[in-house]
Design a protein around this ligand. Structure first.
Ligand SMILES: [Zn+2]
Length: 463
């Protein structure tokens, strides 16, 4: 045990040691200071055990943590829990990081809990002997008990993962609600990538908060096409969950909301949500949970919808490109095998448009013609026209429905360029096997498309 009662107050010698060492004092100086301040009291048995009130003596070893023990060397729940707790930390956690973080977490938790009538205490002060002791225990007025752990161990260590799993089990057996906050060194996130991979401990540390349920409602309301983008062919039977990573020294917390796709890969529902550690450790008395949510996650949800539509567009674009490429290769093969009968059948293009646009090809054509007029079908040398490009775009489902609302010609031209660039720079699996460079075949297809869609020779030059 690192704390004892002295004259109605609490003295935590381990905390004093850490504070002084942080200030640059050597252990020998810290020891001398504690001896000078407290040894005479200890000798007079003025220190008492927090748990059983027996007198305790002060032990200040050079190579281990400072602690108090009963004079008669007997054990009570505090001393037993404390021993187990110390062993847990030295075996599984990164001791230095853990103790520093824990001090900060404790200060915040105490400040946040007091107004709500909750008590926060170190887990080893629990009056029953526990087989695994949490960092903190929060007692609620209604009798609920929460166990809080700050996880700093090695994420790839199987023994650590098993220990955290066991903690969860033991806490549940004691009717504690377990809350794990993971050190943010574990966070694996690449900007713009909506996927991540978890180790088992992260999955075990996940929770379903009320905000996660809002995300669940949001997903349920999405069109099936977008749900497919979100989870592929996975049967959606999971609840969105969240994991909170913390950086106590920076006083920051990061929340990841996700859907688990298989045993350890997950689809992120939004960009990581950054909040202050103070907010993350504050408690909502109504919902009886930590306030683990961003400032405005409704905006995050809108952002997610936009991104999903964009991804859907890209998937359709890729599928169409692959289909065209396949057809081209087939035609080329036919030509090669039988030069005598040249197959002039044009490639058939999909007439179907996705349900997001709710428009058939015929409708698109009508719309495009109404806007830009019917191209002269007999003209043989038509230079590249915006119409051709837009028709092509319509074929490839790249145009938003409201595109004809746009009146700014320059903007349209810019978009045309971007669209062409997007098409010719889009890489397709296997294209390196095609002779003539990766742009050439796409340019060929683009001009073919111009022929078909306009019914005229569209000799587009990409310059
Ligand atoms: Zn005791």
């Amino acid at each position: 045990m690192n704390a004892a009662i002295l004259h109605y107050g609490l003295v935590n010698i381990e905390e004093i040691r850490i504070r002084l060492e942080e200030q640059g004092f050597k252990r020998v100086d810290v020891k001398a200071k504690l001896e000078a301040d407290y040894r005479s009291f200890a000798k007079k048995k003025a220190f008492h055990c927090l748990c059983c009130d027996s007198p305790v003596e002060m032990v200040l070893p050079f190579d281990r943590n400072f602690y108090f023990r009963h004079w008669d060397k007997s054990e009570c729940s505090y001393s037993e829990n404390y021993k187990k707790y110390e062993k847990k930390i030295s075996t599984y956690e990164e001791p230095r990081k853990h103790i520093l973080g824990k001090t900060i977490i404790r200060t915040i938790l105490e400040g946040q809990s007091k107004p709500l009538g909750l008590t926060v205490e170190p887990g080893y002060l629990y009056r029953t002997i526990l087989s695994i002791v949490p960092d903190f225990i929060i007692k609620h007025p209604n009798g609920d008990v929460w166990a809080i752990d700050y996880l700093t161990g090695i994420r790839t260590n199987t023994a650590y993962s098993k220990n955290v799993e066991k903690r969860k089990e033991i806490y549940e057996q004691n009717n504690f609600k377990a809350h794990f906050f993971i050190d943010d060194e574990w966070l694996a996130y690449k900007s713009g990538l909506p996927y991540t991979t978890f180790v088992q401990t992260e999955i075990d540390s996940s929770v379903i908060t009320s905000e996660d349920l809002d995300w669940q409602d949001y997903i349920k309301a999405l069109p099936p096409e977008l749900i497919k983008v979100l989870v592929g062919d996975t049967v959606l039977h999971y609840f969105p969950k969240s994991i909170t990573y913390i950086n106590p020294t920076k006083r920051e917390a990061t929340i990841l909301r996700y859907l688990l796709l298989d045993s350890n890969n997950a689809r992120l529902l939004a960009e990581p949500i950054y909040i202050s550690l103070e907010n993350a450790l504050s408690i909502d008395p109504e919902h009886m949970e930590f306030n683990l949510f961003g400032e405005n996650e409704n905006l995050e949800r809108m952002d997610t919808t936009e991104k999903l539509f964009k991804e859907l567009d890209e998937i359709k674009f890729k599928e169409e490109q692959e289909r065209i490429l396949k057809k081209q290769l087939e035609q080329q093969q036919k030509k090669n095998t039988s030069e005598a009968s040249i197959d002039d059948h044009p490639i058939e293009y999909s007439n179907e448009r996705g349900s997001i646009f709710n428009e058939t090809y015929e409708e698109t054509e009508k719309r495009v013609i109404a806007k830009w007029g019917n191209p002269n079908r007999n003209h043989q040398d038509v230079s590249p026209t915006p119409e051709g490009i837009w028709n092509l775009a319509a074929y490839l489902n790249l145009l938003p429905v409201n595109v004809e609302e746009s009146t700014d010609y320059k903007r349209k031209r810019k978009k045309e360029r971007e669209l062409i660039e997007r098409i010719v720079n889009h890489s397709i699996t296997g294209e390196t096997y095609i002779l003539g460079g990766t742009r050439a075949w796409k340019e060929t297809i683009l001009s073919e498309l111009g022929n078909i869609s306009n019914g005229c020779h569209w000799n587009y030059r990409f310059n």
